[in-house]
Every structure is written in C-alpha cells, then in structure tokens.
Design a protein around this ligand. Structure first.
Ligand SMILES: Cc1cc2nc3c(=O)[nH]c(=O)nc-3n(C[C@H](O)[C@H](O)[C@H](O)COP(=O)(O)OP(=O)(O)OC[C@H]3O[C@@H](n4cnc5c(N)ncnc54)[C@H](O)[C@@H]3O)c2cc1C
Length: 394
C-alpha cells in the first residue's frame, strides 16, 4: 500500500494558505503549515493597522482547510539533502515535498539612519510598532512616509485620513507603477486628504535621524515618526540554506515554481523568482501562485510533468483612506492600462477585493473539506498515490 506523502509549507500568508488548501484532502497527502503566528496576517491591511482602522489579522479556522496541521514556529534552516526543516525552538520536521512561501519584509533601506530610526509597515510586528509610535505622537506632530510606491501611498493616506499631518517623500515620481490617469487621481486624492507630496529631482531620502528626514537636495523635514515604505525583499532563509536566490532574496525556480536546486522544493508568492513569468510581489500574484505550486507538487506525486506557471493581473488597487481609492486597470502582464475606477467607488472595490481575498482562501478550504469527504468515502482513491510515485527528475 502506498505510504502517505508529507508536504510541508513554510509560511502561512496568502500563497502558503492557498497552497496548503489546494493540497489538503487528497488521498494519502499530509500537509503541515508552519507559520510564526497562530493567526493569519492580512498583510494588505497593514497600513490600516498602523493607522488604527483595522486589526489586520484573521482566524486560521476561517481560511485554512481543517485537514492541514498548523505548527506555530519559525523555520531557521532547510536541509534539502536530508529533506528536513529545523525550527527556532530546536524541533525538526521531515518532508517529502516542501512549499517555500515565506513572503517578504522590508528591503534594506541603504540610507543612513533608516534602519535605526524609521518604522516599517511590511510585517505585522513592524506595523504594530508603527501604530504604537503614531498613537504616542501628539495629534499635530509631523509624520513622514518615505516611498512613493503603492504601500507608501496607502500608508500616507490612511494616516492623513485620521487627521495626521503627513508628508510623502516619493523620490523621482509618485506611484510609478500606475498609468498617468491613475497617478493624477491618486495625487488629487492625496491632496484632498492634506498629504504633502514631495517628488521630482532631489526628493529622495538621504538620511533619517531621530527627529528628521533629510532629502538629497538638502531639504530637512521634521518627523515625529518616520515610516519607511521603500520596497520589499524576501527573507534570507533560502540563501542561508544554500538554495539559489535572486538579488531580492527570492528563491530561483523554473517555470513550474520548482527550485532550480532541488525538485522536491517548490516556491510561491513574494518569495519565488520564476525563470519565466516573473511577477510583481503582490497578494494578487500570491493567491494565484500558491495553488499552482500545490499543483506542481500533486502532479509530481502522480508521476507526471507539472504545467508552467500562469499569473494574470487585473488591476492595481490603492486605498486612499476609507472613503476613496483608485483601482487602475492593468493588462494581464501587469502593465497599467488607461482605465481606472476612482473615488468612493474605487474605495468600495478595494474593500471588496480585501474581503474577497479571504473568501477565496475560505472557498478553497471548503473544497478541500469536500475532497477529504470524498476521499474518505473512497470515491477519489485512484487519483493519487497510485504507487507510481517517483523521484522527480532533477
Ligand atoms: C501595507 C501593505 C499593503 C499591501 N497592499 C496590497 C494590495 O493592495 N494588493 C496586492 O496585491 N498586494 C498588496 N501588498 C503586498 C502583499 O501583502 C504581499 O505581496 C503578499 O502578502 C505576499 O503574499 P505571500 O503569501 O507571498 O507572503 P506573506 O503574506 O508575507 O506571508 C508569508 C508568511 O510567511 C511567514 N514566514 C516568513 N518567514 C518564515 C519562516 N522562516 N518560518 C515560518 N514562516 C515564515 C511570515 O511570517 C508570513 O506569515 C501590500 C503589502 C503591504 C505591506
């Protein structure tokens, strides 16, 4: 009788949960998800957490398939040769296949003082610290957000909508990933919220001190709290474990999301750098890549060849406080199109997307439960673990 295949998933974010749900309920496939926290982090709401408009957490019982074993812990090393993981508490966990979905955190700011004196918004812990710093700053104190990308824009707007005095330092251009149409709408809405937008030549942060941000052109901005939203990079777990990564720390994979170093390791979400079809770090890509990573594993277990990754983008969504938003339509490859939805409708669409993402995960969890029932009834028996399981070709 074929034995149970153990699949470990590192990282319980959008990609990891989506992957675990797609794997759950299959005959003789056991899934373990390892995440530092026992609850799900809604990373796309961390700017709301910083401004006090949302907790940005959800219960795993609402989004994760019941059949998935959840381990609260942090993986500190992947032993690819021994197919084992070491956890921070010293425990080890063996696996047959591994899905690497550790997401991302703040990229190295590379600006003096930024790491020491600026707050991040990229992880739950950073956003909680930022929220505490904002709460303890006087209501009229100047706040500076560095980073004119979508995370910086959302954070600046959310804080300004709470009555805070916010300056947004963009570097060369505000919201560079948007089409000029969407960018103009974002600029107008930021203005309406009272955000002072600094962009153009010299508007790069050159130094952060405890009470100030100095720009490249010498301007000095008083800052009771500085927020650093200067881009994301993946954690160094893969690199520390001897697996190949790109300049942003993402695991280098082939077009099926399989590590170029080990066919038993498959990556997804912000932490994956596929050879073909590379995508922007985003929730939008993570919820598509997670299930496809799971399919790669399931296909290998069946002894077949996995399909190449396909990620399709629809829009770039920016909230500007709770009352406004800009949803910039995009081509499938993420290039911005001309059309956008703005104002209150934009805010409503963005909110629907945030909620819809959790519904999407919950839907996959329900499908896993149905699959598990069918498997228990014996109806799905022949689909997997047919005894043909073979080592994937290197
Ligand atoms: C403020 C903000 C707003 C955003 N808004 C949007 C948006 O509107 N639309 C959009 O598409 N994207 C948005 N993003 C980006 C989006 O959140 C990420 O791209 C997305 O979360 C990536 O999903 P993921 O599953 O790859 O990683 P994550 O959601 O980051 O999940 C990774 C998980 O792995 C865990 N982990 C890390 N290391 C280890 C380890 N060693 N052991 C165990 N677990 C580990 C982490 O703690 C985390 O729980 C936003 C991001 C931020 C910060």
């Amino acid at each position: 009788m074929p034995r149970t295949v153990e699949v470990a998933v590192i990282g319980g974010g959008y990609a990891g949960v989506a992957a675990a749900n797609r794997l759950a309920g299959h005959d003789r496939v056991a899934v373990t998800l390892i995440n530092p926290r026992p609850h799900f982090t809604e990373r796309i709401r961390l700017h709301q957490l910083a401004a006090g408009t949302h907790e940005a957490v959800a219960d795993y019982r609402d989004v994760l398939a019941g059949g998935v074993r959840l381990v609260a812990g942090t993986v500190t090393r992947i032993d690819a040769a021994g197919r084992a993981l070491t956890l921070a508490d010293g425990d080890t966990l063996g696996y047959d296949y591994l899905i690497y979905a550790v997401g991302s955190g703040p990229a190295d700011p590379g600006v003096p003082g930024a790491a020491a004196y600026a707050h991040g918004v990229a992880t739950l812990e950073d956003a909680r610290r930022l929220a505490a710093a904002v709460r303890s700053a006087p209501a009229s104190a100047p706040l500076v957000v560095v980073g004119g990308g979508l995370t910086g824009v959302e954070t600046a707007a959310e804080l300004a909508a709470q009555g805070r005095a916010v300056t947004l330092v963009c570097g060369a251009r505000l919201a560079p990933s948007l089409h000029a149409t969407g960018r103009r709408a974002v600029a107008r809405l930021l203005g309406g919220l009272g955000v002072r937008v600094l962009d153009g030549p010299g508007a790069e942060a050159a130094e952060v001190t405890p009470g100030e941000v100095r720009l490249a052109d010498g301007r000095e901005l008083p800052a009771a709290v500085t927020v650093w939203a200067g881009g994301f990079a993946a954690p160094d777990l893969a690199a520390r474990s001897g697996l190949r990564t790109d300049a942003l720390g993402r695991m280098v994979t082939d077009e099926t999301l399989t590590s170029v170093d080990d066919p038993r390791i498959v990556a997804a979400g912000d932490a994956a750098a596929p050879a073909a079809g590379r995508y922007r770090m985003s929730c939008q890509a993570a919820v598509q890549a997670g299930p496809q990573a799971a399919e790669t594993v399931l296909t290998r277990i069946r002894g077949a060849d996995p399909a190449p990754l396909r990620v399709r983008f629809v829009a770039q969504c920016v909230s500007l406080g709770r009352q406004a938003g800009v949803v910039q339509l995009t081509h499938r490859d993420d290039r911005p199109a001309r059309g956008f939805v703005g104002g209150r409708t934009g805010a409503a669409v963005k909110e629907l997307i945030c909620r819809g993402t959790l519904h999407l995960l919950a839907g996959e969890a329900r499908r896993a439960a149905r699959r598990a029932r069918r498997t228990a009834d014996g109806a799905a028996r022949p689909t997997l673990a047919t005894g043909r399981e073979r080592r994937p070709a290197a």
